[in-house]
Design a protein around this ligand. Sequence first.
Ligand code: PBG
Length: 328
Amino acid sequence: MPKFERMDRRPRRNRKSGNIRALVQETKVNTDDLIFPLFLLEKPTGKIEVNSMPGIFRLGIEPLLKEIEECLTLGIHTFDVFPVVEEHHKNTHATKSWDPQFFYLKALKEIKRTFPEACIMTDVAMDPYSSDGHDGLVKDGKILNDESLEILGKMALAQAETGIDILGPSDMMDGRVGYLRDMLDSNGFKDVSIMSYTAKYASAFYGPFRDALDSAPKSGDKKTYQMDPANRNEALIEADLDVEEGADFLMVKPALAYLDIIRLLKDNYSLPIAAYNVSGEYAMIAAAAEKGWIDYNSAMNETLLSIKRAGADIILTYFAKKWAKQQK
Ligand code: PBG
């Protein structure tokens, strides 16, 4: 045993008990910071588990309202609702996305009517409604930018008319935040917020989400609009534009392979930073836990903590309800 005259610094003193560890804990996750993504089915009573996301269900409006009610009692109050659109409703121009009679828009109204205290976010992108499975309009194998904006504008307006709180443009078309802001403001929706998918990468981790919505691209990939995972400076370019164009929140997506990007935006912008802990990130933990290879709750807690520690103020996560339950 080496002999020490003295050792003034013993960092382990601050880890010696649960109480001390709680006092010195630097990062905390809070239900207030979590957004729970939900998948809405057309059939009002429907309930189908997503194969690649054990524990996550596609729900018709009836069970979905129950789910929201339960989450509200657990302290989760913000929800990002995505529609599961049946193939026969899809077409090249995603026209169902702005049809006020479409089940998704009617459901959003019903959710806001039933739970005015809940904060509802929607997704602005063509892929769930597009027969091409792309976020923008496809012509001769190319994704058209400015022509897509017109469709996204109509979609955003139709969503705003249901009374939702936050629009989430996830399409990555150039200029869409400014376009949507103008569209909202000139139609009396000055109070509708925009959470921009600022740095959205062309990622392999969206696979299970595309299973949930049956929304995978029919041909090609999303690399001409989503960002290259190799790039960092480009996130600053996108963030500058979103700030200029009027975004209220900046989002990084996915979260775990992009913790450095979360920190980059946190250090460079004063807007709140959100991170999307995406479907593939959920699936990896859920699947490994099912096999008994990893402890579900510990892995979930560590994951959410790491995203907060990286600098996210807000986390969109499929773990939201389970995390909140675990706190009770
Ligand atoms: C659609 C959209 C996607 C996600 C959110 N909105 C998929 C994609 O861009 O292909 C992914 C969410 C997840 O994986 O959890 N534009």
